[in-house]
Write a protein that binds this ligand. Sequence first.
Ligand code: COA
Length: 391
Amino acid sequence: MPGDFAIGIHDLSVATTQYVLTHDTLAAHNGTDAAKYHRGIGQRSMSVAAADEDIVTMAATAAAPLVARHGGDRIRTIVFATETSVDQAKAAGIHVHSLLGLPSATRVVELKQACYGGTAGLQFAVGLVHRDPSQQVLVIASDVSKYELDSPGEATQGAAAVAMLVGAEPALVRIEDPSGMFTADIMDFWRPNYRTTALVDGHESISAYLQAVEGVWKDYAERDGRTLDEFSAFCYHQPFTKMAHKAHRHLLRHCGYDADEGEIARAVGRTTAYNAEVGNSYTASMYLGLAALLDHADDLTGQTVGFLSYGSGSVAEFFAGTVVPGYRAHLRSAAHRDAIGRRQDIDYAKYREIHEYSFPADGKDHPVPRETTGPYRLAGLSGHKRIYEPR
Ligand code: COA
């Protein structure tokens, strides 16, 4: 533990989109056996952003309850992790800072390394709080994952944001030293600047992920990390929820344990409830796994959770977090269930219309239709600027 005080996640809030497309609807369109989606990859439905929603509106929606509960005065830094950035120069977090009315004496920055960026943000936040424990850092992970229509990746699309308040003496989860790290130069998933959809070699990305599982564990063990049996649950990055099972099976076998399916389900099963309904939210995915675990497990007080964050390309990190006594009083379980449950079911035609739409790039005024019933919306584009407003 750095310093003589604990540092970690003080509060955590989840947001997603207005719309949802079920995998039954997708399967009926493309003739796939729905069981491939439900059982094969472990997905039930995917969040779909309305015309006036994006990473900024989801991020502000996730972060607003944190500011409402704790105030914004101690937030000196906002770290916004995403791989669906809306601008090549300006940090998306500045729009969130403005929508939430946070003090001007704030540092705001955007981070990118595929789905790993949220963990980079969390670790940077831990470092900042270590330097000055009176400060809090607002870490936001927000993404809309988009693949080509009728491609294998299409069924793993999704969208969500997780906002975390990181500070000293946290109310939810203490983040521990050491971390195990791993980087390898692999083209398993990427998105060139000129594309709106990601390119992925799905099977290669699964192998790259499993290679990273071995790499982070080796480094973690060499740095005198905990042993496997000290963990009561594992939050993995979940591009699709079955990946958490694959990754944990791989880790158990790598460490010489029996990969008993019941044991794997006990370790990761409680982390998949939100991701199975929301789909891949890239940077937010592992933290949606944490939200599901905290919201669904009976009592995790004092128990240690393993976090395995993977971002294609690739960078991965393994670290431990211990759940703080009294954490249940601070959870937002009902709000999280509501955010997922209130989404409006759309048919395939509406999904396709949204998927194929792209904003005009002519710099003229383009108001965006009112669709979201969330608290913030993208009002339009004007002079190449995105205009956001409370709804
Ligand atoms: N009933 C039950 N299960 C079925 C099934 C059926 N009718 N048909 C297939 N399955 C199972 C397969 O056995 C397989 O399970 P397994 O991996 O445990 O063997 C699973 O469903 C997927 O089938 P597969 O044939 O591999 O599907 P695919 O070629 O369409 O690709 C992905 C699946 C995940 C690779 C693809 O969706 C993808 O590329 N996703 C994006 C990956 C990603 O996001 N990577 C980012 C970095 S992690």
